[in-house]
Design a protein around this ligand. Structure first.
Ligand code: GDP
Length: 328
C-alpha cells in the first residue's frame, strides 16, 4: 500500500488513498555503539528494496522526469523507512551517547516498539540500559536482536540471560520480559529464530516486527493533531518540525493552529514530508500514525501542538531540559 502511495505521489497524480494505521509500525533501534545498528539498517533497506523490486510493476511507471522530481524534493533524514508486505516501518533514530534535552524520551513517545540490538559476545552494555529503561517505562514491547551471531565466540545463551536480567532489573512487565529473540548477521543480511539456523534474509526479523510490535494507536478520522517532537534544520527550507501525526490528516498548504502554552496563532504548513528509505519525500497529504516532517512553521518549539483551527486539540507540553537543534 505504501509502495503504491509513493508511486502515485512521485507521479504527482493524486492525493494518496488512506493509509490504514494498521499498516504502519513506528520503531526505534536501541543499540550500544558498534553492535551493528548501521549495518542492520542498511541491510533492512537493501532487502526491503529487493522485496519491492520483486513485487515490481508500479515502480516502473516512474519515468526519469518523475525520478528527477522526486530527487528535487528529497531531503536527507537520519530516520529511515522501509516497506514490507504493505506495511510501512518507520525507524526513528535514537541519539547515540549523550541525551540532549530528553531526546530519547521524545523519540519513545513517537514510536510504539523497539528493537534492542545486542552483540552476540558482549551482550547489553551500560549505554543501552538508559534507552531501554525509557522504552520500558513508556510501556513498549521489544524484540531482542542478537547480532554478529557469526562471531566464533558468540554466546547466545549468555546474552539472552543477561538481557532478560536487565529487563527484570529495569522493572519490565511480564509481557515485556517475554520478548521474542531474532539472531542476525547484519553483514550478510541473514536472520533466524535459532542461533544456528539462519535464513538468507531478514524476513524472520521483518515478520517479528509486524507480529510483535503494535501499530500506532491513532485516530485517522479525527481533527489534525501533531506534537512537535524533534526539530531539524535545512539550509533551504529552514526549521523542520518532526512528529507523529496523532490524528487526522495534514496537507500541503493547510491552515493550522499552532498552540504553545497559553498562546495560539494561525499558521500555514508549507510542505509535508514522509520518509522513504533514507530520504524524506514530499507528499500532498500525510495520514494519522505516520512520522512526518513539516516546513514553513517558523518559530515553533518542541512540545508545541499543531492542530485543526476548527477543532483544536492541544497536547500537554513536553519538558525539555535544553533546547536542541537537531541537524538532520
Ligand atoms: P553501530 O555503531 O551500531 O552503527 O555499528 P556498525 O553497524 O557500524 O558496525 C560496527 C562494526 O561491526 C562494523 O565493522 C561492522 O562491519 C561490524 N558488524 C556489524 N554487524 C555484524 C555482524 O552481524 N557480524 C560481524 N561479524 N560483524 C558485524
Amino acid at each position: 500500500l505504501w509502495h503504491h502511495y509513493c508511486v502515485k505521489e512521485a507521479r504527482g497524480t493524486a492525493v494518496p488513498g488512506h493509509m490504514n494505521p494498521q499498516n504502519i509500525r513506528n520503531i526505534a533501534i536501541i543499540a550500544h555503539v558498534d553492535h551493528g545498528k548501521t549495518t542492520l539498517v542498511d541491510a533492512m533497506l537493501k532487502q526491503a528494496r529487493i522485496f519491492r523490486e520483486n513485487q515490481a510493476v508500479a515502480e516502473r511507471v516512474m519515468d526519469s522526469n518523475d525520478l528527477e522530481r522526486e530527487r528535487g524534493i528529497t531531503i536527507l533524514s537520519k530516520n529511515t523507512s522501509i516497506s514490507y508486505q504493505g506495511v510501512k516501518i518507520n525507524i526513528v533514530d535514537t541519539p547515540g551517547h549523550a541525551d540532549f534535552g530528553g531526546e530519547v524520551e521524545r523519540v519513545m513517545n513517537m514510536v510504539d516498539g523497539v528493537l534492542l540490538l545486542v552483540d552476540s559476545v558482549e551482550g547489553p552494555m551500560p549505554q543501552t540500559k538508559f534507552v531501554l529503561r525509557q522504552a520500558l517505562e513508556r510501556g513498549h514491547q521489544a524484540i531482542v536482536v542478537v547480532n554478529k551471531i557469526d562471531r566464533p565466540n558468540a554466546r547466545p545463551d549468555y546474552v539472552i540471560n543477561t538481557t532478560f536480567d536487565l529487563f527484570v532489573d529495569l522493572g519490565a512487565t511480564e509481557e515485556q520480559a517475554d520478548f521474542p529473540v531474532i539472531y542476525t548477521n547484519a553483514l550478510t543480511g541473514h536472520s533466524g529464530v535459532e542461533p544456528d539456523a539462519l535464513t538468507d534474509s531478514l524476513e524472520p526479523l521483518f515478520q517479528e516486527i509486524l507480529r510483535h510490535l503494535p501499530a500506532p494507536t491513532v485516530d485517522p478520522d479525527g481533527p489534525t493533531q501533531l506534537q512537535a517532537t524533534l526539530m531539524g534544520y535545512d539550509d533551504y527550507k529552514g526549521k523542520i518540525v518532526i512528529g507523529r501525526l496523532n490524528s487526522g490528516t495534514i496537507r500541503k498548504n493547510q491552515s493550522v493552529l499552532h498552540i504553545t502554552g497559553e498562546s495560539e496563532r494561525p499558521l500555514k504548513v508549507s510542505q509535508v514530508f514522509t520518509h522513504q528509505g533514507l530520504n524524506r519525500i514530499e507528499v500532498e497529504e500525510a495520514q494519522a500514525g505516520d512520522i512526518i516532517a513539516l516546513t514553513g512553521l517558523g518559530d515553533i518549539g518542541i512540545g508545541d501542538t499543531i492542530t485543526d483551527p476548527e477543532n483544536p486539540r492541544p497536547l500537554p507540553p513536553i519538558k525539555v531540559e535544553e533546547p536542541t537543534l537537531r541537524i538532520t
